[in-house]
Design a binder for this molecule. Structure first.
Ligand code: AMP
Length: 281
């Protein structure tokens, strides 16, 4: 497995692979890798000839400095895991390499996606996400890039950004990998106590129950029931819990649209837990 430490090295290696006719897959990550990340690697290995993984804790997407400082880092174990899963190259750039002082970045108009739901809770977050993904695509020009459904609004932002600039990279969204309890795997889960982690599957179970309930009762009633249930659990604070149009994240009030996802973020056990379920597609 190759280690690429600068943008120039990464660019050159990709160009070499492309010249050889290889289809390039990129899995962008912030490290502290788990099986959820590995599922993206596996999807890339199935669909591409060369799989590149980037590890970069992107300061531009953290609106809270404390969250950035507390973000878990374990490069040694990440590299072992990636090597064991047959990754071809890992790109580990520095902040200066991704954001050189004189580098021209275009203005990325997110059309309001950055102001609602996750964007409202974390001002500036999606600007940082769009900017870093733009820069990775600029350096590596992957044929395909893989993202997780777990960060649903992020996938909508990235699709919007690639459409906006007409970028040639195909975006593939992979299903959310879960712990046996149903808890969506996340690098932040290690901050949960063992006890909290064992019972943290309630968020996904609530989403599954919502999906069942909408067969019998109106969407808004079912969402109200789910929110009440969560609100009454000890130690749970809801940040948002909302059924949205899966293409533009606009809140929906009934099931008349063709693609509906319920997105949810709660605080529990000292961390933000993020999840979603497709209600209709
Ligand atoms: P992160 O390192 O948290 O920025 O995540 C890197 C990529 O892995 C993003 O596209 C995430 O959506 C994806 N990802 C994170 N957790 C999971 C999971 N449990 N299942 C599938 N993909 C995930």
């Amino acid at each position: 497995m190759m280690l690429l430490k600068t943008a120039l090295e990464a660019k050159k290696q990709v160009q070499k692979d492309k010249k050889a006719g290889f289809r390039i897959g990129l899995v962008p990550t912030m490290g502290a890798l788990h099986q959820g990340h590995i599922s993206l690697v596996q999807a890339s290995k199935e669909q591409c000839d060369r799989t590149y993984v980037s590890i970069f804790v992107n300061p531009a997407q953290f609106n809270d400095k404390k969250d950035l400082d507390a973000y878990p880092v374990d490069l040694e174990s990440d590299l072992k895991l990636l090597e064991a899963h047959g990754v071809d190259a890992v790109f580990i750039p520095t902040v200066e390499d991704i954001y050189p002082e004189d580098h021209p970045f275009p203005k990325i108009d997110l059309n309001g996606l950055d102001k609602i739901l996750e964007g409202e809770m974390r001002p500036g977050h999606f600007d940082g996400v769009a900017k870093v993904v733009y820069r990775f695509f600029e350096i590596m020009t992957p044929d395909v890039a893989f993202f997780g459904q777990k960060d649903f609004q992020q996938t909508v932002v990235i699709r919007h950004m690639t459409d906006l600039f007409n970028l040639p990279t195909e975006i593939v969204i992979c299903p959310t990998l879960r712990e046996p309890s149903g808890l969506a795997m996340s690098s932040r889960n290690i901050r949960l106590s063992e006890y909290d982690r064992s019972r943290a599957g309630f968020l996904y179970k609530t989403l599954l129950k919502l999906k069942e309930d909408i067969n019998y009762i109106a969407l808004e009633e079912a969402v109200g029931k789910a929110k009440n249930y969560l609100r009454n659990l000890p130690g749970v604070k809801i940040e948002y819990f909302a059924p949205v149009n899966g293409r533009n994240m606009e809140i929906v009030h009934d099931l008349s649209q063709d693609y509906i996802v319920c997105v949810a973020v709660i605080q529990f056990g000292g961390i933000r837990m993020l999840d979603n379920i497709v209600l209709k597609k």
